[in-house]
Design a protein around this ligand. Structure first.
Ligand SMILES: NC(=O)c1ccc[n+]([C@@H]2O[C@H](COP(=O)([O-])OP(=O)(O)OC[C@H]3O[C@@H](n4cnc5c(N)ncnc54)[C@H](O)[C@@H]3O)[C@@H](O)[C@H]2O)c1
Length: 257
């Protein structure tokens, strides 16, 4: 359905989980993909699953300004101007507020919020320099709107991403660059860090009306739509992809027996 042949897509946190799902969706739709990730080994495994002539990997820490700029420049050297940027890299640790260290807080805000800003800034600068009518997609979360315990830093960071996306959309509109965010619900990724407890996973999936966790492809498919010509008139919006989990209190029975 979607054809991204000759388009250059740059994705952060692309070596695993949702980021790799998004990468694979664009790759399978014909795009050239530039993958940025903190972990070189994971990048190698990801690249091994993609066509070498249409994929490029770069080790980057999205918290570091210079590294992010260098990633975008290196990707442009490889495949030319960037058409689509997906700021996906994020971390999801758990800590209650009273137990949280300043380092815990900073790690989450720096990766999720600052990293999103740096990636979008570098991508937007590249699009403006090349007069590209591009698309920028950020990855927030339903946690931007619906808090959960042990995740105050995470929820705050994802609310920051959502609101940052709207401001950037307003600034980029006159350049015909669309900027939107995806808010995934629970997506099963076999995360390499902070694996969830079985009880948490069970309770979370029970709260999903469609009856299953999301997959990285569920998120990738929405990214394809947002980057496509079908979404030309959409900017500054949030797209919840959560199997109905944000629609209401699915675990409540009907009021009348
Ligand atoms: N999985 C979910 O249920 C879920 C739900 C809502 C939102 N999200 C969001 O989706 C995004 C991806 O999450 P995921 O579940 O796929 O996580 P994941 O842990 O499976 O993958 C994240 C990837 O980002 C990379 N990364 C981490 N820190 C980085 C840094 N500083 N610089 C560059 N790369 C870095 C990791 O190496 C990893 O490959 C995150 O922004 C997350 O908040 C996930």
């Amino acid at each position: 359905m979607f054809d991204f042949t000759d388009k250059h897509v740059l994705i952060t946190g692309a070596a695993a989980g949702i980021g790799f799902g998004i990468t694979k969706c664009f790759h399978d739709a014909g795009a050239k993909v530039s993958l940025g990730d903190l972990r070189p080994d994971a990048l190698d495994s990801a690249l091994a699953q993609l066509q070498p002539e249409r994929s490029y990997g770069y080790t980057v820490d999205v918290r570091q300004e210079e590294q992010v700029d260098n990633f975008v420049h290196a990707a442009e050297q490889e495949f030319g101007p960037v058409d689509i940027v997906v700021a996906n890299a994020g971390v999801v640790p758990t800590a209650s507020v009273v137990d949280m260290t300043v380092e815990d807080w900073d790690q989450v805000m720096d990766t999720n919020a600052r990293g999103c800003f740096l990636t979008c800034r570098s991508g937007a600068r590249s699009m403006l320099a090349n007069q590209t009518r591009g698309k920028i997609i950020t990855v927030s979360s339903i946690s931007a709107d619906s808090a959960r315990m042990g995740a105050s830093h995470y929820c705050a960071s994802k609310a920051a991403v959502a609101q940052f996306t709207k401001s950037l959309a307003l600034e980029m509109a006159k350049h015909q660059i669309n900027v939107n965010t995806i808010k995934p619900g629970y997506v099963e990724v076999g995360r390499y860090t902070s694996p969830e407890s079985e009880a948490y996973t069970r309770a979370t999936v029970q709260g999903i009306p469609l009856g299953r966790a999301g997959t990285p492809d569920d998120i990738g498919n929405v990214a394809l739509f947002l980057a496509s010509e079908y979404a030309e008139h959409i900017t500054g919006e949030s797209f919840v992809v959560a199997g109905g989990a944000s629609a209401g209190r699915a675990s409540l029975p009907p009021a009348q027996p």
